[in-house]
Design a protein around this ligand. Structure first.
Ligand code: FE
Length: 288
């Protein structure tokens, strides 16, 4: 109740920064872009990285991400087309299909592979997003954990004509997403708007918020945001999204900032350089 009151009294949010998706690492057959962890935008506490990927050419085999480590944060993979097959060093494995999400808490360390697949039935071409969410210092060395939900387990709601929300984490329009128990109390929405339709989402005023336009054209708090661009929102309460003539699909993600030092090197994100060195030593010594 206190959050609702605070949201209503806080100033509406505006767009503080707009950054483009930029080409990232070479993966055979895959176009991999990043919006966070680029030369334009290092991170938005607690978000450390955001990427968008799809096939470089239709109907060609796609490569992926062979064995690699993570320590100190969480990786969130959300697919809207194709599948992502994953396997880790403990033997855990699975496949997430269109509309499914995997929220992986790497904690003290995981070594895994993530291999996109397409050509299954009606799954369509691979399209997915990966968000890295930081862990508080106290949780960085926690045991690895997974939350994985199929498309059917991610609720979809239509709070108004032309508005479709898929609620992955947090609550919106009276619907609560399946991902639970995350330290930074995230909201993660996949929003589809018909042409000309607007939607307003309340957000906790002290949470960081980002909006990534997947396709179409979207006006975010009065600012035009083209597809493949990310809007970083100002502090404040609610945010209004207004689709243009093509309609729009976007990810709206918010979470509590940690306000802790960030020391990062590749797949390790800790609080100090010494902890990064320790991560390398532990990884090389097989202590993950
Ligand atoms: Fe990974």
């Amino acid at each position: 109740m206190s959050i609702t009151t605070a949201t209503q009294t806080a100033r509406s949010r505006s767009v503080e920064q707009v950054v483009p998706a930029v080409a990232s690492a070479d993966v055979p057959g895959l176009t991999l872009t990043r919006m966070i962890a680029t030369q334009h935008l290092d991170h938005v506490d607690p978000f450390l990285l955001l990427s968008d990927f799809w096939p470089a050419a239709p109907d060609e085999p796609v490569g992926g991400f062979p064995d690699h480590p993570h320590r100190g944060f969480e990786t969130v993979t959300y697919m809207i087309g194709g599948r992502m097959r994953h396997r880790d060093h403990t033997g855990a494995n699975g496949v997430i299909g269109p509309g499914a999400v995997q929220w992986m808490t790497a904690g003290r360390g995981i070594i895994h592979s993530e291999m996109p697949e397409q050509g299954h039935d009606d799954d369509g071409e691979v399209r997915g997003f990966q968000l890295w969410v930081n862990l508080p210092a106290a949780d960085k060395m926690s045991p690895p954990a997974y939350q994985e939900y199929t498309a059917d387990e991610v609720p979809e709601t239509q709070p108004a004509d032309g508005v479709t929300l898929r609620v992955i984490a947090g609550a919106a329009a009276g619907v609560t997403g399946p991902v639970k128990g995350i330290a930074v109390d995230p909201l993660y929405l996949d929003i589809q708007l018909a042409p000309g339709v607007a939607y307003t989402q309340a957000l906790p005023p002290d949470h960081a918020a980002i909006c990534y336009v997947i396709d179409g054209d979207l006006v975010v708090a009065g600012t035009d945001i083209a597809a493949h661009h990310l809007a970083v929102l100002s502090p404040g309460g609610e945010i209004t999204l207004h689709a243009g003539q093509e309609g729009a699909r976007a990810l709206l993600v918010a979470a509590r900032p940690l306000g802790e030092p960030v020391a990062r090197y590749g797949p390790f994100v800790m609080n100090t350089e010494a902890e990064i060195h320790q991560a390398f030593q532990d990884f090389q010594a097989g202590r993950f």
